[in-house]
Ligand binder design. Structure first.
Ligand code: PEP
Length: 249
């Protein structure tokens, strides 16, 4: 089964999401080849939960607070997301790391908060262009993963999917080669093996994200070491997103 996770980022109003979901429901059938997740903006979560109903589509948020409750104007807690019916949350997206200055410690706290509230996690990791050019990908991934997973128990990893998202590939139309993605996935699994166990490493779900679209998906569809894709820009057009999903059905 392939995991296909859409990241709408800050796109589409609740009315637009409503229409998108009505159309998606009519054109996509649940099955056992694809696990579909939709990470949508906060204001659309309740209408999305209502429209998804009993369908096997997972509902995701794109962020959560690293604190529990109280004096955090503008923030949204894990408890609130759980209460609205969210299944998983994206943590550590490079846009949040860079623009909102989320460091590895904050990301570790957010992971703990999500786990405490029974939310699954899509943890994003990935190197910048200069780190890629100076062959630092392995070091960057190792540091991001070790700090993100600090203090976690092995069984908690069952609720975490790691998305390898090279920053230079996000929204740029550029992608690493299939070989480079496999290499990064191997690094991710070896860190988990070292810090937890061989079993945890084998069981870890890994996605690739960065400029996946309907034109290039077929060149990545047979990746051996990863379990699916995180799709940003290309999920916004339903026809294109369905083309991506249909490659796996
Ligand atoms: C993302 O932002 O997680 C992403 C994968 O974006 P895009 O597909 O647009 O590169």
């Amino acid at each position: 089964m392939k995991k296909i996770i859409a990241n709408f980022k800050m796109n589409k109003t609740p009315s637009q999401i409503k229409q998108y979901l009505i159309d998606l429901m009519a054109r996509y059938k649940d099955g056992d080849k694809v696990e579909l997740g939709l990470s949508i903006p906060y204001p659309s979560l309740p209408i999305a939960k209502f429209l998804i109903g009993e369908r096997k589509i997972k509902l995701g948020a794109q962020n959560l607070s690293d604190e529990e409750v109280g004096k955090n104007t503008g923030e949204v807690s894990g408890e609130m997301l759980k209460d609205v019916g969210v299944n998983y949350v994206i943590i550590g997206h490079s846009e949040r790391r860079k623009k909102f200055k989320e460091d590895n410690k904050t990301i570790n706290n957010k992971i703990k908060m999500a786990l405490k509230n029974g939310l699954e996690i899509i943890l994003c990791v990935g190197e910048s262009l200069s780190e890629y050019n100076t062959l630092k990908t392995k070091d960057v991934l190792t540091e991001q993963l070790e700090s993100a997973f600090k203090g976690l128990y092995e069984n908690e990893l069952e609720n975490i999917t790691v998305a390898y998202e090279p920053i230079w590939a996000i929204g740029t139309g550029k992608t690493p080669s299939a070989r480079e993605i496999e290499k990064a996935s191997k690094v991710i699994r070896s860190v988990i093996k070292e810090d937890f166990s061989a079993k945890a490493s084998e069981n870890l779900q890994i996605l690739y994200g960065g400029s996946i679209n309907a034109k290039n998906i077929s060149q990545f569809k047979n990746l051996k070491y990863s379990n699916g894709f995180l799709v940003g820009g290309a999920c916004l057009d339903l026809a294109e997103f369905l083309q991506i999903i249909n490659v796996f059905i």
